[in-house]
Design a protein around this ligand. Structure first.
Ligand SMILES: Cc1ncc(COP(=O)(O)O)c(C=O)c1O
Length: 384
């Protein structure tokens, strides 16, 4: 029998892929999950083996609401949470229930490339909105709203993928005002909200659910383990009801009651909070390592130091084409994600996304050294 490896991440042997956006295996807490699974499977209540309530396991939503209230520093209520199989799943559900093929949506330029793929699956017309070093520019959004009516605006407000940037409070408020005026939904992907290392971001968009224009998406993928396929939508009950009343949930029941029953223990015991504390410490060190390696080996790259999330966003001189560089990267046993992947209008060619969480210090240092070799070998560089 030909057994395939269980992990999706397949980096060719010897290659350091600084483009990967995965947590490292060493951080995935098997012991924590084992203990919680043992507890859930040795008590007498077997109701989590039944079809679940449409909005998601009530006990789990209550534990999650407590956890989020503490982490977000404002009250989050269980009735405003809907359990998903992660943010990718939530985006797909929102596209299914709030759009039809040909509808317009707005995204940040640049944006998370795999969300763009989900929007393409739903045949949506994607209009990019300009950003600067503080994220989406409300004036550009307002300008585009004069000529187009989006079903929703998708944005990653804290420690954005790929730029690492965070949207300030006043811009958030302005965007909510525009959503109310022009009647569109804000789909805020807050996957990195709780992974802040040196700067606390503003409150998540979940703080504005009463506006009935906000859908805030969370996930356990980056704060615990992506294999759980578990996340949540935080929104107004009227919006959640539209999803919960779908045929999908009517037929199959709420999503992931089994995993939710196990995760309830992890969340309620404080295990999730301690796990996040450990990740923050580890990743903050890795930012320092990558920063040091970049300034030593690749002074040609300009970047702002990330204060949270997973990524460095490097800008090179305009003549550099990172997609072209990548075609020769395997010869140098290194990889990254070129900026063009994240663009909805063919831009960002001279940018590169690097992830600082996946590799340990020594490999980060070696990966950046290899990037330097690749960069120096590039025709763009020598032609300059
Ligand atoms: C911005 C963003 N959204 C969503 C995801 C995927 O989340 P999930 O695993 O919950 O589907 C990622 C993972 O890299 C991400 O960076």
């Amino acid at each position: 029998m030909n057994l395939l490896p269980v992990a999706q991440t397949q980096v060719p042997p010897g290659v350091i892929d600084l483009g990967l956006g995965n947590p490292p295996l060493s951080t995935l807490p098997l012991d924590l999950i084992r203990t919680a699974a043992h507890d859930a499977l040795t008590q007498s209540d077997n109701s989590f083996l039944q079809y679940g309530t449409e909005q998601g396991d009530g006990y789990f939503r209550a534990a999650l609401a407590d956890f989020l209230s503490k982490g977000y520093e404002f009250p989050v209520y269980a009735e405003n949470l809907f359990i998903t199989s992660g943010i990718s799943n939530a985006l797909d559900l929102l596209c299914s229930f709030f759009t039809k093929a040909g509808d317009t949506i707005f995204v940040e330029e640049p944006s998370y490339f795999l969300a763009l793929k989900i929007f393409a699956d739903h045949h949506l017309n994607v209009i990019p909105i300009e950003t600067d070093d503080r994220g989406l520019i409300p004036a550009s959004l307002a300008g585009t709203l004069d000529s187009a009516s989006p079903k929703f605006l998708y944005l990653i407000p804290a420690f954005q993928n790929p730029t690492g940037r965070t949207l300030p409070q006043e811009r958030r408020e302005e965007i909510v005002r525009l959503a109310e005026k022009y009647n569109f939904l804000i789909v805020a992907d807050e996957v990195y909200q709780l992974l802040n290392y040196s700067q606390q971001p503003p409150k998540p968009f979940g703080a504005y659910v009463d506006s009935q224009r906000v859908v805030s998406l969370g996930s356990f993928s980056k704060i615990l383990a992506p294999g759980l396929r578990l996340g949540w939508i935080h929104s107004h009950a009227n919006i959640l009801n539209r999803i919960a009343n779908s045929g999908l949930l009517d037929s199959g029941g709420g999503l992931n009651p089994f995993t939710s029953a196990i995760m309830r223990g992890v969340v309620a015991s404080g295990g999730l909070e301690s796990n996040i504390g450990r990740l923050k410490q580890k990743y903050a060190n890795q930012i320092a390592v990558m920063d040091e390696a970049l300034s030593r080996h690749l002074p040609q790259a300009q970047y702002a130091l990330p204060h949270g999330g997973y990524f460095f966003w490097l800008q090179f001189p305009p003549r550099v084409d990172a997609s072209e560089l990548r075609t020769r990267a395997s010869a140098f046993k290194v990889d990254f994600r070129p900026g063009a992947l994240f663009s909805s209008n063919g831009g960002m060619k001279n940018f590169m996304r690097l992830c600082f969480v996946y590799y340990e210090a020594e490999q980060i240092e070696e990966g950046i050294r290899r990037l330097r070799e690749l960069y120096l070998s590039s025709a763009a560089f020598t032609a300059a």
